[in-house]
Design a protein around this ligand. Structure first.
Ligand code: ADP
Ligand code: MG
Ligand code: MG
Ligand code: MG
Ligand code: MG
Length: 644
């Protein structure tokens, strides 16, 4: 998204409701007007870019406390100054994010092609941090933390905002997260409020608590608000607003494909990769001051924006609403898009019939029509009074409105009207890593994987129900080491060149894996996937799977690449490889370990101020390279520098 602007007054849900059908109808017309033009686009070249979200953390060294500084929004405005003045060739671009303690940074321009760019990715991330640092006070730090361990605890913000009950926060009605921590651009408070109003109650997020020796059993909290007491489940950490999810940070990437068909292909092929990368990038084990039993933010953020009514969630018979909807508007994708992928679309995809008819009448293929019509089961949640009647030929606000509030694991992005930008695909699941080195490693790994998929014409598709099962496993405590994931055994196709089939030849014959999966009862094909460890998927295993990294290495051997870039890539691949074997810990596992071995931790699942302070001090030292952490990065030659 570009810089956020708005026109007119933001509307409350009850004032949006009469316009819902209008906005949705015109959103489709805007997409179709655009679509006609877009089908005639000349071929585009590969471009790509990353997005890293950061928090501004305040360290109170005297009192050994950490807080989130609510100056992020203000700092972001200063960072945007050059862009607002239309200055060119900027190193970075800055976007406000959901919370006032957050900023989001991207490279100033997307990267073109790939090989020459790889050394630039990490350097650019470093420059972004430096840029932000200029605006920080001495006690503030910019940190790419996925979740702040004491988010929602008393006085977790600076300045403090006391909450006496839901009435303290008219926007979210949260008992924990002050409205002052929501970015002041009306998009954010109005999304928050309208999600709650559409749903008919506050969002309710319950995450299993990690039961330690002295954790009360059952673990039950009592709150000052009856709604909270009713919504909170025993043995769970209860959270009650959008900020608990959208106030977390992630690492995303967008790729431009050469045309719509390649974009569909990348969208599909990367979907089964999402759970694998979610597990590998896991960095969020602590919620509201408690150790949880999950390692990633995914279900928290999905719950934090779940605007479905009781009827849509299947808790009440349908009356006002048209249909039950299986997932939150923030969740994994429900269908593949490319030709011949239908057989793998084996879960229910709710469809907006009116949208589908318009799309089909305009000549869209069935799968793309279903995709858009599925997004269109959601209502607009943010609308401005002067932006209702639009020029459907040249504006796409209504399309973008629905599209940009369907927060799925992958996003299919059509070219904006009147711009040189082509069809893009966004990979959205990864958690933010502590260091630029790690963030760059994950980004470069995914870029290389896309090149391997395209060059070798590999096929990772599997029943999408299996991808969903993998998304569930991926969030578990220590998923990388303890869980197995469905993955396709035979990934070569008739188009795969022989240099690659050699690497895969050990697995051209399907073997029966444990719980091998039929695609559906009507299909009599042999099982195409098998449960594998992340180690097998990433590093390969004889007679089972070639492995992403061996495939990437084979590819790198076949292209011309500078020695320097190759060295950098080798380090990145080493990190990913060792995280997959479990030799290096994920950030989530390392944080758990840190907390559980801290002298001020009392084996009661509580991450108190002192523990959180030391954890974040250590994270900051690791990021700055002041201390090296062998649990995260391994032991190099000079062992003495390294600590746990
Ligand atoms: P959003 O938040 O909607 O995903 P952002 O504008 O924050 O979008 O980020 C877009 C990302 O896409 C950035 O990493 C940017 O570098 C990258 N990008 C911009 N233009 C292109 C393009 N033409 N092709 C591919 N990536 C692009
Ligand atoms: Mg963005
Ligand atoms: Mg965004
Ligand atoms: Mg963002
Ligand atoms: Mg994004």
């Amino acid at each position: 998204m570009g810089l956020l602007d708005f026109d007119g007054d933001p509307l409350d849900w009850k004032d949006i409701e009469p316009h819902v059908e209008y906005v949705k109808h015109h959103g489709i017309l805007q997409f179709l007007n655009n679509y006609d033009r877009l089908m005639k686009r000349p071929e585009d070249s590969l471009k790509w870019g990353d997005e890293v979200e950061y928090m501004i953390v305040r360290f109170d060294h005297d009192n050994r406390r950490v807080q989130l500084s609510l100056r992020g929004e203000k700092i972001c405005e200063e960072l945007q100054e050059k862009e607002r003045k239309n200055m060119k060739n900027l190193v970075s671009l800055w976007r406000q994010e959901y919370a006032t303690y957050m900023v989001e940074g991207t490279p100033g321009m997307p990267y073109l092609g790939y090989m020459a760019q790889f050394n630039v990715v990490e350097a650019n991330m470093r420059m972004r941090r430096k840029e932000v640092q200029q605006y920080l006070k001495p006690d503030e730090q910019i940190m790419s933390l996925t979740v702040f361990p004491r988010l929602g605890c008393i006085d977790f913000t600076d300045p403090k905002h006391t909450i006496v009950g839901p009435e303290s926060n008219p926007v979210s009605r949260s008992l924990f997260f002050p409205d002052q921590a929501i970015c002041s651009h009306p998009r954010f408070p109005y999304l928050t409020q309208n999600i709650r109003k559409r749903r008919g109650e506050k969002v309710a997020i319950n995450i299993p608590i990690f039961k330690d020796k002295r954790t009360p059993s059952p673990f039950v909290e009592t709150f000052i608000d009856p709604e909270a007491n009713a919504a909170a489940k025993p043995d769970h950490i209860y959270m009650d607003c959008m900020g608990f999810g959208m106030g977390n940070c992630c690492l995303q990437m967008t790729f431009q494909a050469c045309n719509i068909e390649e974009a569909k292909l990348l969208y599909d092929q990367l979907a089964p990769v999402c759970p694998i990368m979610l597990a590998l990038s896991a960095a969020s084990p602590i919620y509201r001051g408690y150790l949880s039993d999950i390692d990633t933010r995914w279900q928290v953020i999905a719950g934090s924006v779940d605007d479905r009514t009781k009827e849509e969630r299947g808790l009440e018979p349908l009356n006002k609403n048209k249909m039950r909807i299986q997932k939150s508007r923030y969740d994994s994708i429900d269908s593949y898009l490319s030709q011949n992928s239908e057989i793998f679309n084996d879960i229910k995809v709710e469809i907006n019939d009116d949208a589908k008819k318009l799309l089909k009448d305009a000549g869209l293929d069935e799968l793309l029509a279903n995709h858009v019509a599925h997004l269109w089961t959601r209502d607009p949640l943010s609308l401005f009074s002067k932006k209702i009647e639009l020029d459907d030929e040249n504006e796409t606000d209504h399309f973008e409105n629905i599209q940009s509030t369907n927060w799925q694991s992958m996003r299919f992005k059509p070219p904006p009207p009147g711009s040189s930008i082509g069809w893009r695909v966004e990979f959205r699941v990864m958690e933010a890593q502590l260091t630029d080195f790690e963030n760059a490693a994950f980004v470069v790994f995914i870029v290389l994987l896309t090149r391997v998929i395209l060059t070798y014409k590999l096929d990772f598709l599997m029943p999408i129900s299996h991808v969903d099962k993998n998304m569930t496993c991926a969030q578990e405590n220590n998923a990388v080491k303890l869980q197995k994931f469905y993955f396709r055994k035979n990934v070569i196709t008739s188009g795969t060149p022989s240099c690659c089939t050699q690497l895969c030849s050990t697995n051209t014959v399907c073997q029966n894996g444990e719980e091998a999966s039929p695609i559906g009862s009507s299909q009599s094909k042999p099982a195409i996937c098998e449960k594998m460890s992340i180690d097998t998927i990433i590093n390969g295993k004889a007679n089972v799977f070639p492995g992403f990294i061996p495939l990437i290495r084979r590819y790198l051997d076949s292209v011309e690449i500078e020695v320097n870039a190759r060295c950098t890539i080798t380090e990145y691949l080493n990190l990913i490889s060792k995280r997959a074997t479990g030799e290096y810990m994920t950030a989530a596992q390392w944080m758990r370990h840190f907390v559980m071995s801290h002298p001020d931790y009392h084996q009661d699942s509580k991450v108190n101020d002192s523990v959180a302070y030391d954890l974040l001090v250590r994270c900051d030292q690791i990021e700055k390279g002041v201390v090296k952490c062998h649990q995260l990065f391994g032991i190099p030659q000079h062992k003495s520098e390294y600590i746990n």
